[in-house]
Design a protein. Structure first.
Length: 329
């Protein structure tokens, strides 16, 4: 018999209900992937062929690389709008050096290292400017992107050829019908997920995004964490630029156009809060796969590129609006 005045404790919610609530955004994005895949399989029979499905995975690599870096930055409450330009300048720089070196295969490893160093340098510049000036990350990275756009045009306004045939194997190598780069990309997603969830620095990204003040009180070096995030972001962009070079075989002055915007869409779709401190790379992976799948389906159905861009714009607006700013809470 319950004594009058004794509070009654409500039973805890079922474990499955808690699991669904905590992972609602991830379940939603992968549900959308299944819905789009099922619809596409009916509307475009070529969609469900093994060759096309492998192509979707391979076509998602460039966006995936940039989205991984963008995720790390957005987790801290920032944004990196210079990633596409970093990828482009790395591709053009390496292509120019290959051409100057007579397309010598012996230059492949040194020039890959040079490309990564160039990317890391611009990430370091972004991070230092943001932490020293305390200006908006959007303004800083957009300004760097504008400068890099001019530098890219100064390097070349026409495609640069002279890439060694051996370098192109990075894109073409396969195990059976599965490209090796797809397997490597899957391993990279797993390693970065482990970093973001298990490593101290990875967890610090979420803490800084949640509240810089609380992070400082928790003995987290906020400035160092932010610099690491932007360096990591730029290195991911550099790897994307190197991969684009292996796919196209030329240093294209128009490469990676719009990829930074698409990466923001993928991150928002995946449930990482645009205000920082919340989300998971598993969701970002879902966002990347959904965008790659939609692009593939649109191409199979011959949908005009303008309508594709319109859809992406609407998607990012809806995704951003789904999160409530902590300041308005």
């Amino acid at each position: 018999m319950t004594t009058i005045g004794t509070p009654v404790t409500a039973p805890p919610p079922p474990r499955w209900a808690t699991l669904i609530r905590n992972n609602a955004s991830i379940l939603l994005i992968y549900g959308l992937i299944l819905l789009v895949a099922g619809t596409a399989a009916i509307m475009a029979p070529n969609f469900r062929t093994p060759t096309n499905l492998v192509n979707i995975l391979r076509q998602s690599i460039i966006l995936g690389l940039i989205a991984i870096g963008q995720s790390m930055v957005i987790m801290t409450g920032g944004i990196d709008m210079s990633m596409a330009m970093v990828a482009r300048i790395v591709a053009l720089t390496v292509a120019t050096l290959f051409l100057a070196g007579g397309s010598d295969p012996a230059l492949i490893v040194p020039l890959v290292v040079v490309g990564l160093i160039v990317g890391a340098a611009f990430g370091l510049l972004n991070g230092l400017l943001i932490t020293r000036t305390h200006a908006s990350p959007f303004i800083i990275t957009f300004g760097i992107a504008s400068i890099l756009r001019g530098v890219n045009l100064a390097i070349s306004t026409t495609p640069i050829r002279g890439i060694p045939e051996e370098y192109l194997l990075v894109y073409d190598a396969k195990i059976g019908i599965v490209p090796i780069n797809v397997l490597v990309m899957g391993l990279l997603w797993y390693l970065v997920w482990l970093f973001s969830t298990r490593a101290r620095t990875g967890r610090a990204l979420f803490a800084v995004g949640g509240s810089e003040r609380v992070a400082r009180l928790s003995a987290i070096n906020v400035d160092r964490t932010l610099v690491i995030a932007y360096v990591f972001s730029a290195v991911c962009a550099a790897i994307a630029g190197l991969f684009i070079l292996s796919r196209t075989g030329v240093g294209d002055p128009g490469t990676a156009e719009g990829m930074d915007f698409q990466s923001v869409v993928a991150v928002a779709l995946g449930g990482i809060s645009m205000y920082g401190g919340k989300g998971s790379l598993i969701g970002t992976l879902g966002g990347v796969l959904l965008i790659a799948m939609l692009s593939n389906v649109f191409n199979l159905l011959q949908v005009d590129i303008y309508y594709q861009q319109l859809l992406l714009g609407l998607v990012v607006l809806i995704a951003v609006a789904a999160y409530k700013s902590p300041r308005s809470a």
